[in-house]
Design a protein around this ligand. Structure first.
Ligand SMILES: [Zn+2]
Length: 413
């Protein structure tokens, strides 16, 4: 028997049609959350899903769910989805590919008259990008209870428009209470947004883990003094001490597998050519997908700051103000089996960025399928991929969802 496969041409065509909403001169997309272009994209998604026989529900945060019935309505659904919003200078694939891979799965099931054991649901999550309104992954975060609905409704953009009014304006302030869907598994297909799959010549990535994150604000206090008259041995140079810390952060990133360590922000006071810097503020971002390794990095970073402070006779304050726990994708075996079944080259991979599935993993076994993108570039108008790469991602999604549906039906017996 021929293996069930999606229609690659139709998927690509759908992507190109969706890209018209907010298309930029350079061929990218500007489709910020809850703008008129976001509304047009949502409307088209709903239209396509209705035409394919789905029932549409919209929750109070504008998250959209299109449901295709299964044989057994008592079983939890197998769901997929991603986001339709983009960065202001975003590409044609980040997010929208995951949504339309779902639509293609839906159409493929219909074409082949397949009745699945559980229902299938196709979702669109509100404001994943966090560009117009913060934070990122806002809709899925509200859905799983990480964020409070009222607080997120009240968030405003730079012009003072709030989320709730904008949802209402574009017709997506739904009535369904938050978190009411009965999901048994959730899958998200996404371009990798990094260079690993392309470098390794793999068609798909099985996302096993998502990076955990620790964010710090560091303030180094030394002593301002004259750069010409203060001997080297008597200085308390806050910037030289900071440089040492930053170099150690880089070494921490190099020390452990999958680890990264970054300083991306710095302020020097007084920032004057002939005064030894008295105070420096900078950021530190440490990431690792294993909780114990991230904990070790945290401890090593703290003790390293203390010893540098002692050796250089400066004061180093470390404010550890945000922790995002590493994510384990419990349904990644379904994805791996699917990739093997359809015969794609694959590798395990870590999600370096946040995705809606990272939050969904809080409440339901979840899996992610990554596909390569050209030179690993994303959040850029030149973001690119190929019809074949998209086809591979959608085929793996299709078979992941079918496998999960069968698994859920068997577990219920
Ligand atoms: Zn995305």
């Amino acid at each position: 028997m021929q293996k069930l496969k999606v229609n690659a041409e139709r998927l690509w065509e759908s992507l190109m049609i969706m890209a018209q909403f907010g298309l930029t001169e350079k061929g990218g997309c500007n489709r910020l959350a809850l703008t008129d272009n976001d509304k047009k994209a949502r409307d088209l998604f709903c239209k396509w899903c209705k035409e394919a026989g789905c029932e549409i529900s919209i929750d109070q945060f504008g998250n959209i769910f299109a449901k295709r019935k299964g044989q057994n309505s008592d079983l939890p659904s197998v769901a997929t989805g991603s986001h339709l919003d983009t960065q202001p200078t975003g590409g044609k694939f980040d997010g929208v590919f995951g949504v339309l891979a779902g639509v293609e799965v839906l159409r493929t099931l219909n074409d082949n008259n397949i009745e699945t054991e559980t229902a299938f649901e196709f979702s669109v999550w509100t404001n994943e990008e966090g560009s117009r309104f913060q934070p990122a992954m806002q809709g899925s975060g509200v859905y799983v209870g990480r964020f409070d609905l009222q607080t997120e409704w009240n968030k405003t953009d730079v012009d003072g428009h709030n989320v709730k009014d904008e949802l209402e304006r574009i017709g997506y302030l739904g009535s369904e209470p938050i978190g009411q869907r009965n999901f048994g598994a959730f899958f998200e297909t996404h371009i990798e947004q990094g260079p690993i799959l392309e470098n390794q010549s793999k068609e798909v990535g099985i996302v096993r883990l998502g990076q955990g994150i620790r964010w710090y604000d560091v303030v180094v206090n030394g002593q301002e003094s004259h750069s010409g008259t203060t001997p080297m041995a008597l200085r308390k140079d806050a910037l030289a001490a900071s440089c040492e810390v930053i170099t150690e952060v880089e070494k921490l990133g190099l020390k452990y597998e999958h680890a990264v360590g970054t300083t991306g922000f710095m302020q020097v006071t007084p920032n004057s050519r002939n005064t030894i810097p008295g105070q420096v503020r900078f950021s530190v971002d440490l990431r690792n997908p294993h909780p114990d390794v991230l904990e070790s990095m945290h401890e090593e970073f703290n003790s390293m700051c203390q010893s540098i402070a002692k050796a250089r006779q400066v004061d180093i304050e470390v404010d550890h103000f945000w922790y995002f726990a590493p994510v384990k994708f419990q349904a990644s075996d379904d994805v791996k089996k699917a990739a093997e079944k359809v015969g794609y080259s694959h590798m395990d991979i870590v999600a370096g960025a946040g995705h809606d599935a990272c939050y969904m993993a809080d409440i339901v076994p979840s899996g992610m399928v990554f596909t390569p993108c050209e030179n690993g570039i994303s959040h850029n108008e030149i973001e690119n991929t190929t019809p074949e790469q998209c086809e591979a991602g959608a085929n793996v999604l299709l078979h992941s969802m079918l496998a999960a549906s069968q698994r859920l039906a068997e577990e219920a017996k």
